[in-house]
Design a protein around this ligand. Structure first.
Ligand code: ZN
Length: 180
């Protein structure tokens, strides 16, 4: 089992280092990616994870294919068989963020069980390397744009609770769709 660190543990407050591009295809980095996927998929409702959350201070985050499903589809777990593939972002760079922002509800695998509203750009574009070392650019709106912003903050040692409003403690039995 891969442990997901909680807010005061490990290096969650540190700035993670870039992955040397030539190292992406090494067993060490591939193992980190596999461990991150394992940790993420071990949580019913997680939609993304950043490397520092499993104690690795490298600039990597992964978005679950679940992010493309509706809350209703996620709730019906047994129906999730043909999930879209997970997306791996190595050394991500936020190229553009829309000026238009929105307060959106957020939670975090490393800040259980708190939820709050965070002001996020509605659209965001990220450039990163994938797990095979290929550079790509991905634009997003809605939840995926929110995830990009949340995960990149993890790589800079920030947590959503640093700037969230209306923070509430909602235990898991009451809420199964909002952790990431
Ligand atoms: Zn998080």
């Amino acid at each position: 089992m891969v442990k997901i660190l909680q807010k005061d543990e490990g290096g969650l407050r540190e700035i993670s280092k870039p992955v040397p591009i030539g190292n992406i295809d090494t067993p060490r980095i591939q193992k980190i990616i596999a461990d991150m996927k394992k940790a993420m998929h071990g949580e019913d409702d997680a939609v993304a994870i950043a490397a520092p959350q499993i104690g690795v201070l490298l600039r990597i985050f992964i978005v679950s294919g679940k992010v493309f499903l509706s809350k209703e589809e996620i709730a019906k777990k047994e129906e999730i068989k043909n999930l879209p593939p997970d997306l791996v972002f190595i050394n991500p760079e936020l190229l553009r963020c829309s000026k238009k922002e929105k307060w959106t509800e957020e939670g975090c695998l490393s800040v259980r069980w708190l939820y709050g509203e965070v002001r996020r750009s509605e659209k965001a574009t990220v450039r990163a390397y994938d797990e095979s070392g290929k550079l790509f650019t991905r634009g997003a709106s809605g939840i995926l744009a929110q995830v990009f912003q949340h995960e990149i903050e993890h790589l800079d040692g920030k947590l959503f609770t640093d700037k969230a409003r209306n923070i509430q403690n909602i235990p898991p039995e009451k809420n199964l769709t909002k952790r990431r």
